[in-house]
Design a protein around this ligand. Structure first.
Ligand SMILES: [Zn+2]
Ligand SMILES: [Zn+2]
Length: 498
């Protein structure tokens, strides 16, 4: 190599290794969070973004971990100057245009159980969740703005439940600070380098995604449109969600919560996920409640044996008065005593003047051996205590029409008449016809639900059968494989050492 050639190579290398920073071009990616872009931008220079992109006077501005959500105009101007990306574009990577302080967006897992039961919920800064599917598709892995929203449960693109802790080592996932010089790899756990794109996926169910979309669409404009309620401001929505979820978590018994969660899981067509997906569980509870407002909430309060909304509101003494009034007004509609009672049916007087109180009816239910009598007594006790028939039916897991029938029978013939089995039992030939119809189902289609059989019995013979009868018919004649219950039971038996 001639000296001239060496000189040329040196020149070229010199130019490539230290180009003036302002000529680098790393464009922001769709929905990218500002810190993610800055970290990617600084990557080729092996320098911390704050040193590379900010002057001495500006470097102190982004010290607060959440500075970038509502960035200071001076910082934005400085970043725009250095990177050659317009101020508007830089701002679009933040939440600058979202109204109010956004405190509720910052808190990690904002509506999760922990927020309601621990005295001082931890607030580690810069927590994020990631979508394994997004990361798997990324050419250059980056952090989305939406992943930094504390209440978000699932990826809006893939419907995958966000992963907030490393599945390998349990470290909480976080965005690095701007003074970080470490290699920026948001697709890996910062502690153990586990590939997050390989994390097990859990898909959110459609009702939960729909509810999340509702909030996500309303949030930038500051007003959330809730079914059955209409538009309310973001701070009111946050306070209302707190009140509803607080009613679920605070001072309730685990057994009662299990009953509620089982119902939610069934109605939404999936389990409201375990401990690992607390944000998801919160949105699942709310999604379920708002599928039928306020009836579902009424039913939830009854299932939880929770205190009434007026007392519930006392849990939130520091709420701003104007917000508090709005939330109280909404929450109180979830209790029939508090609103104009539209149910002035002729049977109402019978319920209201039953010699037994709600608690006495429930005590009687507790002593009953037959499940159908027990269920009816509890439902009648709920209505006696002021629950609407719709809500009491929801709690009893029957259709309102069915509960109305029980009550009307009671009003005509006394309590005992309400508790008696439906007059029509299936005759032998009717049962055989239903069995034949069930057996003709394809084993490949999902197992039928009991209400399908109940409806068919009603349609064909005008006979009302219970879930127990329907379930037995399905189990005896359905072409579906038996669930292997035995296997699971055997596991729970403690070993005997002799
Ligand atoms: Zn995704
Ligand atoms: Zn890890």
């Amino acid at each position: 190599m001639s000296p001239a050639e060496i000189f040329e190579v040196e020149l070229w290398e010199h130019a490539a290794v230290s180009p003036p920073p302002l000529h680098a071009f790393v464009a922001p990616l769709p929905d990218e969070a500002l810190p993610s872009w800055l970290l990617r931008y600084a990557q080729p220079f092996a320098a911390a973004p704050d040193v590379l992109l900010l002057g001495d006077g500006e470097r102190d501005l982004p010290k607060h971990p959440d500075w970038w959500r509502k960035p200071d105009p001076l910082t934005v101007a400085a970043l725009a100057r250095r990177t050659g990306i317009s101020s508007e574009r830089v701002c679009s990577l933040s939440f600058a245009d979202w109204p109010d302080d956004g405190h509720a967006d910052v808190m990690p897992e904002r509506f999760s159980r922990q927020r309601f039961i621990s005295e001082r919920p931890s607030h580690q800064p810069r927590r994020i969740g990631v979508c394994p599917d997004c990361l798997a598709e990324d050419e250059a892995p980056y952090v989305r703005r939406t992943w930094t929203i504390g209440w978000l449960a699932a990826c809006p693109t893939h419907g995958t439940v966000l992963v907030r802790t490393c599945p390998e080592c349990g470290a909480k996932l976080r965005l690095p600070g701007l003074s970080s010089t470490a290699h920026f790899a948001p697709d890996r756990c910062q502690r153990c380098a586990h590939r997050l794109a390989r994390a097990t996926r859990k898909l959110a169910t459609e009702p939960v995604l729909r509810f999340q979309r509702r909030i996500l669409e309303g949030r930038p404009g500051g007003a959330i449109a809730l079914p059955g309620i209409g538009e309310i401001s973001w701070p009111v929505a946050v306070a209302l969600f707190d009140a509803l979820l607080g009613a679920v978590w605070i001072d309730t018994k685990p057994v009662a919560r299990e009953i509620l969660f089982a119902r939610i899981a069934r109605d939404l067509g999936a389990a409201p996920a375990g401990e690992l997906a607390d944000s998801y569980q919160a949105l699942a509870i709310l999604a379920w409640m708002f599928e039928a407002w306020p009836m579902r909430t009424q039913a939830a309060l009854a299932m939880l044996r929770a205190v009434r909304p007026r007392r519930q509101m006392q849990r939130w003494p520091t709420l701003d008065a104007a917000i508090r009034d709005q939330v109280a007004a909404l929450f109180l509609t979830a209790w029939p005593d508090e609103r104009n009672n539209r149910e002035r049916g002729w049977w109402r007087a019978w319920i209201d003047y039953l010699p037994k109180t709600g608690d006495e009816l429930r005590a009687q239910a507790f002593r009953e051996r037959l499940p159908h009598r027990r269920a009816r007594l509890v439902a009648i006790a709920d209505v006696r205590d002021g629950l609407s028939v719709e809500a009491a039916a929801e709690v009893a897991d029957v259709r309102p029409r069915t509960l109305y029938r029980w009550i009307k029978r009671g009003a005509q013939g006394g309590l005992e008449a309400a508790l008696e089995r439906p007059s029509g039992q299936l005759s032998g030939s009717q049962a055989a016809q239903l069995a034949e119809w069930i057996a003709a189902a394809s084993p490949d289609e999902p197992r039928w639900r009991t209400n399908r059989v109940q409806n068919e019995a009603l349609r064909r013979f005008g006979v009302e059968i219970t879930v127990y009868v329907a379930d037995r018919l399905l189990r005896l004649y359905g072409p579906w494989r038996r669930r292997k219950i035995l296997l699971r039971r055997r596991l729970t038996v403690a070993p005997v050492y002799s």
